[in-house]
Design a protein around this ligand. Structure first.
Ligand code: ADP
Ligand code: MG
Length: 284
């Protein structure tokens, strides 16, 4: 039975008993997201006001399952605030945010949202500097939302294999025993992405992931994201147009945010030629 049918059934039952029916479909903490309709993230008409100033103004956006979507836009456009709303850090004044077609993120706490499978990478790397690369990944694997492993037990064979895969994916195999604090800025960012992936998120939000990276690191980050596309849904906020170009490969849609709303959506070449976009963002 689909979650929608179950929710409809629960509502019908509640109505029959004379109880107040739930206004929205099933959203219990611990529920698995349902992706059968192809939608990973559904943001509809969200508004966030800070002292009367609208950081988000009826923002709507849909990310499909497995999609890699780049979000661009000038400073102050509301990109980070949008991620804050999806991850439960900020509550919008109005609007809807669904993960899959069944999980109402506005009803879950920040930890519950992470637990449901939404991973977020902040701009600044946050790894345990004193621990090795390996240990950092090991800790995240143990914190895997699906696994209740003791800190003192040995990693299972499956976990060891996964750790090896992650090290290869983030290209830190030869640095596995190095202290994380000794890595380059770019390597720390990759390690943090590896730590996020260890928790097996279905949706990954990445806020300016290549800021401060060298050109080579930026290129390798794009390659990494392209390998994640399909298995995960990714939302990438970035100013680096070369990076966005590499990610979109001339065929993926990008979204331009401005003053808390979507200003334009289309291929990078299309939005780059859009007069409004040039005026508020690219032309400066
Ligand atoms: P972006 O990430 O696109 O640069 P932000 O989402 O960080 O933009 O900010 C959008 C607008 O909201 C900015 O004008 C910013 O100053 C404002 N803002 C963000 N967070 C807060 C807050 N906690 N209190 C007041 N204003 C905020
Ligand atoms: Mg920001």
């Amino acid at each position: 039975m689909t979650p929608e049918l179950m929710a409809a059934g629960a509502q019908a039952l509640a109505a029959h008993r004379g109880e107040t029916a739930m206004p929205r479909p099933a959203v219990m903490a611990g529920a698995e997201p349902y992706f059968g309709q192809g939608v990973a993230l559904y943001v509809d008409q969200i508004t966030v006001s800070f002292d009367g100033f609208k950081a988000l103004n009826a923002l709507s956006l849909t990310i499909n399952v497995g999609e890699l979507r780049c979000i661009i836009g000038p400073n102050g456009a509301g990109k980070t605030t949008m991620m804050d709303c999806i991850t439960g850090k900020t509550r919008p004044d109005a609007g809807t945010v669904f993960f899959g077609s069944n999980i109402d993120l506005l009803r879950l706490s920040e930890p519950q949202i992470a637990q449901a499978g939404v991973g977020r990478k902040f701009q600044k790397p946050t790894v345990y500097e004193q621990l090795t690369v390996f240990e950092n990944l090991e800790l995240s694997l143990r914190a895997d939302r699906g696994v209740k492993a003791s800190l003192f037990s040995r990693l299972s064979g499956v976990q060891q294999d996964r750790l090896g895969e992650l090290l290869a994916l983030i290209q830190l195999e030869t640095d596995a025993q190095r202290q994380a604090g000794l890595l380059s800025h770019g390597q720390k960012q990759w390690l943090e992405i590896g730590m996020l992936l260890a928790q097996d998120p279905k949706l990954l939000l990445l806020d300016e992931p290549v800021a401060g990276m060298t050109d080579e690191e930026t290129e390798r980050t794009a390659e990494l994201f392209l390998t994640l596309e399909g298995q995960h849904s990714l939302v990438v906020v970035e100013h680096d147009m070369k990076f966005v170009d590499q990610l979109t490969q001339g065929r993926k849609k990008v979204t331009v945010l401005h003053e808390g709303s979507v200003l334009a959506e289309g291929l990078l070449s299309e939005v780059q030629a859009n007069e409004k976009v040039v005026e508020v963002y690219l032309g400066r």
